[in-house]
Structures are given as structure tokens and as C-alpha cells.
Design a protein around this ligand. Structure first.
Ligand code: SAM
Length: 275
């Protein structure tokens, strides 16, 4: 029986039980017949059931093998429930979508690995229509923050470069069994289509953003000194005396594209030039 399953901490299992919260999640997603949804970590099926009723078919990716048979037994009759006993960190989501199709991704994510999961999903955005994710409230705040906010940082820039991020509502610990020690929030991510900030070299952009926020109290002249020269910052219209949190998502894209262009022209990386 699904409800007999003892929640496992190592799998980040906090199961939703509050009907009002489950209802809010379903109406925020607004799943319709014929849409292709994929749920990450269905657990005991709290969200799964309504999605399957709405769509008639659903792919779910669950790591805990002890949950697989009870899920199939309880929900299998409601529609085509395709259960993948897999680690979502390694899952090839695009393999689930026919070529050119877009999946709608849903998940009350295991909080212990939510950031690596998020980066994994960002790598696969080409086949994702949108994402509705439950995460720790602080993580949602960091993702959706604007320049100048206390929580604006690497996560905000990396996610908002590719997606529009909306924090939809908060959920208290009482909605889960066992109750987590933190508050949660429900997040909607919609990939920018077409891309709003196309990147010439996504790896360089990621390095640059990470370096800028690694020492957020330092000026960009100091924190980015190994990657880009003050002259290049100025060419990008950025004052080297500014701090990381004052730059917009667009500024990071412009700066990394300029650094990439210059590298291509000179054959040297900006890192070498700045030394
Ligand atoms: N969706 C259920 C709910 O809302 O009640 C369960 C949510 S619980 C927070 C997270 C779920 O993700 C658990 O079922 C857990 O076993 C599963 N999980 C943990 N790590 C995973 C991974 N790497 N890949 C896929 N599923 C994972």
C-alpha cells in the first residue's frame, strides 16, 4: 500500500497530503487532455492522480523502487501511467518527447538535490514547454529575485537568462508528511521562446556569473579580474567599480558575448588578457 510507505530522508521524501494545496497546484498547472506532462518524483501520487485524470496519460520518473509497484497498482487504471524507475539527474527528458514536441515538467522536488535538478532541466530546455516546481521557499526567492534584491545571485541570473520565473504561492510545512523544517513555494518557469538573451558561449557565461557572485562584496574589477579586463567591462557599458548584484541578466549576457567575440578575434581568452 502506498500510504504504508515509510518516508525516506535520503530521497528527500516529504509527501503532500493537504487537499487544498494539491488543488492549488493542479489549477496552477491547468493540465489539459492530450498535453504531454512529465512528473519528477511522484512519490505516493499526491499530484500524479489529478494530472493523470486531466491528461489521460503521463510519464513519471521516480528513484525509489519501493514506490513503483504501489503507484502502478493505485493509479494505473486511471490512464496510461508510464513509470520510469530512474534517477531524474540522469534522465534524458527529450527522449520522452517526439522530435520537436515540448513537455510540461512538474515536480515537488526532493529539496536535497533541487538545484542540480534545476540545472539539469535547463540543459534540456529545447524540449520543455514549461515547468511547475515545488521548492524550498528560499530557493524560489533566489530564482525569481531582481537585481538589487538581497537574494539576487548566480541562480537568478542562470535561470532568468533562459526562462521567465514566477513565484506563485507559498506552502507551509503542515501540508507535508513528514513536515519539512522549511517553508516551500510553487514556481513557474517558462522558457523564453525565442531566446531573449542568446549566448555565444554558455560555458563562458556560466563561469563569468559564478566568478562575479563568488565574492559578491567585491567590485567586478576584482571579482572578474581573472576572466575579463576592466577595459572590456567598460566596452560593455559596465562600470568596473560596480558589484555583481547591480548587474541585470542582460548585462551578464552582453558581457560574456563580448568576451567571447574578443577571444575569437584575438585567439586568446580574456582570462589570459586580464593577467
Ligand atoms: N510528488 C510527491 C508529493 O508531492 O507528495 C513526492 C514529493 S517528495 C518531496 C520527492 C520525490 O522525489 C520522492 O518520491 C522521492 O523518492 C523522489 N526522488 C528523490 N530523488 C530522486 C531522483 N534523483 N530522481 C527521481 N526521483 C527522486
Amino acid at each position: 500500500m502506498l500510504n504504508d510507505h515509510h518516508p525516506r530522508k535520503r530521497f528527500g521524501q516529504n509527501f503532500l497530503h493537504d487537499p487544498g494545496t494539491i488543488e492549488r497546484i493542479h489549477s496552477a498547472i491547468g493540465a489539459r487532455p492530450g498535453e504531454h506532462l512529465v512528473e519528477i518524483g511522484p512519490g505516493r501520487g499526491a499530484i500524479t492522480e489529478g494530472l493523470l485524470r486531466a491528461c489521460g496519460a503521463l510519464d513519471v520518473i521516480e528513484l525509489d523502487r519501493d514506490l513503483i509497484a504501489p503507484l502502478a497498482e493505485r493509479l494505473g487504471a486511471l490512464g496510461a501511467l508510464r513509470i520510469h524507475n530512474q534517477d531524474a539527474l540522469r534522465a534524458d527528458l527529450c527522449a520522452l518527447a517526439p522530435s520537436g514536441a515540448h513537455l510540461r515538467l512538474v515536480g515537488n522536488l526532493p529539496y536535497n538535490i533541487s538545484t542540480p535538478l534545476l540545472f539539469r532541466f535547463l540543459e534540456q530546455l529545447d524540449c520543455i514547454a514549461d515547468m511547475h516546481l515545488m521548492l524550498q521557499k528560499e530557493v524560489v526567492e533566489r530564482i525569481a529575485a531582481a537585481p538589487g534584491d538581497k537574494t539576487y545571485g548566480r541562480l537568478s541570473v542562470m535561470v532568468q537568462t533562459r526562462c521567465a520565473a514566477d513565484s506563485l504561492f507559498r506552502i507551509g510545512p503542515g501540508a507535508f508528511t513528514p513536515a519539512p523544517k522549511v517553508d516551500s513555494a510553487f514556481l513557474r518557469l517558462r522558457p523564453h521562446r525565442p531566446e531573449r538573451y542568446p549566448l555565444s558561449d554558455p560555458a563562458l557565461h556560466a563561469r563569468l556569473v559564478a566568478a562575479a557572485f563568488a565574492q559578491r562584496r567585491k567590485t567586478l574589477r576584482n571579482s572578474l579580474g581573472k576572466l575579463v579586463s576592466p577595459a572590456l567591462l567598460e566596452t560593455a557599458g559596465i562600470d568596473p567599480g560596480q558589484r555583481a548584484e547591480t548587474l541585470a541578466v542582460e548585462d551578464y549576457a552582453r558581457l560574456s558575448n563580448l568576451a567571447c567575440k574578443l577571444d575569437a578575434k584575438t585567439g586568446h581568452s580574456q582570462a589570459e588578457n586580464a593577467e
